[in-house]
Design a protein around this ligand. Structure first.
Ligand SMILES: Cc1ncc(COP(=O)(O)O)c(C=O)c1O
Length: 394
């Protein structure tokens, strides 16, 4: 039986990390894997998380199963974080999931049960795991234009033209903020035009919100999601707590499904619970409990917001510094897009050969499509990267 297994292509980002670890050169720089690192190169446990864990450890009296959908208090707290005052619980089903990836996967499963004939529209490019999951599930997908190589911004006309082909009952996968891998994001007006387009086509949005708080701030980063949720009759939202709470390995996420009416909500909720049951039964609870403890405690929440803001400002500072270094070195403003991009990533627009030279000659590791993780830099490595970028002729 097992001799028949086919070798799976390794995940490119994880393979790159393995290569980086095996590199013995001094001063090597890892800009590959999408994890926040502070200026000392550490992915810290946030202060509020540590505090919440202490409180939970003191107060917890049982580790019996939680509900199939997770704990209601966690689901409410996350619904509030994502949707603010527009939670509409009578129309919105909620499910605790295994990270943001689990939320995306359950969203796709739910959509397929709702419409077995759906096509999923994904941005070109998108997070590679979106494509990998779609292929694994055998779901038909179509790519819509997203990134303009010339401006390194959003190719909005191309995006709208391609999404205009979506059919009623199709799914349109959108990045809520901090687009991965490009760092190029939609303006509020553009979100509004997309809401109009969804209205016209009858396609259903699936918003992947993995970086709330990493771009322009907790509230602005949810603005596009909220705008769509307030207008679309049906919307799926897959939110991750991995990055903004720094609890990557706790696997904490949520799927929100806003549907037509209370009866459809009950149907959706029952189906979502069923999907959890079939896949892994009860969702993990520890990360969810940490998140809920923080969000529902004024002091912990304030400290978390403050630390998240420090993280965001650190990344913005590195963006500004890199753009400035490149301005100085090239005498042009052609790398200013790095300061305009938001989130952890920017797509440089380098060729695969240039990306390979960065690795071979300068020990700078980034994904082959020239996505760089800004948080992999620090004040000292920014000038090193800037010089390498110029040397390889990007
Ligand atoms: C766009 C996007 N969606 C979802 C995720 C899922 O994150 P996790 O499953 O670690 O919560 C990520 C993480 O890299 C991401 O970049």
């Amino acid at each position: 039986m097992f001799a028949n297994l086919k070798a799976q292509a390794p995940d490119k980002i994880l393979a790159l990390l393995g290569e980086y670890k095996g590199d013995t050169r001094q001063g090597k720089i890892d800009l590959g894997v999408g994890v926040y690192r502070d200026p000392t190169g550490v992915t810290p446990v946030m202060r509020a998380v540590r505090q919440a864990e202490r409180q939970i450890w003191e107060a917890e009296t049982t580790k019996t199963y939680t509900g199939l959908a997770g704990e209601p208090a966690y689901l409410q707290a996350m619904s509030r974080l994502v949707l603010a005052d527009d939670q509409q619980p009578e129309r919105t089903a909620a499910l605790a999931t295994v990270g943001g990836t689990g939320a995306v996967r359950q969203a796709l499963e739910l959509a397929r049960l709702g419409n077995p004939d759906l096509t999923v529209h994904v941005s070109d490019p998108t997070w590679p795991n979106h494509l990998s999951i779609l292929k694994f599930m055998g779901l038909p997908f179509a790519e819509y234009r997203y990134f303009d190589d010339a401006t390194r911004g959003v190719d909005f006309d191309g995006m709208m033209a391609d999404l205009g082909r979506a059919q009623a009952g199709d799914l349109v996968l959108l990045h809520g903020c901090c687009h991965n891998p490009t760092g190029a994001n939609l303006t509020t007006d553009q979100w509004s035009e997309i809401a109009d387009l969804l209205d016209r086509t009858g396609a259903v949005p699936l918003i992947d919100l993995a970086y709330q708080g990493f771009g322009d701030g907790l509230e602005p980063d949810a603005a596009g999601t909220r705008l769509i949720a307030s207008r679309a009759p049906e919307v799926l939202i897959a939110a991750s707590c991995s990055k903004n709470f720094g609890i990557y390995r706790e696997r904490t996420g949520v799927l929100l499904a806003r549907v037509g009416d209370p009866a459809s909500r009950d149907l959706a909720q029952g189906t979502m619970n069923f999907l959890n049951r079939q896949n892994y039964s009860f969702p993990p609870d520890h990360g969810a409990r940490v998140v809920q403890t923080i969000l529902d405690d004024a002091a912990l929440r304030a400290d978390w917001v403050a630390e998240l803001e420090e993280v965001r400002q650190t990344m913005l500072g590195l963006r500004e510094q890199l753009a400035q270094e490149l301005r100085d070195l090239t005498g042009t403003d052609r790398f200013d897009f790095i300061a305009r991009h938001r989130g952890m990533f920017s797509r440089l627009g380098a060729t695969p050969e240039q990306v390979a030279r960065l690795k071979d000659e300068f020990a700078v590791y980034m994904v082959g499509d020239s996505r760089l993780n800004i948080a992999g830099l620090n004040r000292q490595t920014v000038p090193v990267l800037a010089r390498a970028i110029v040397e390889v002729g990007i």
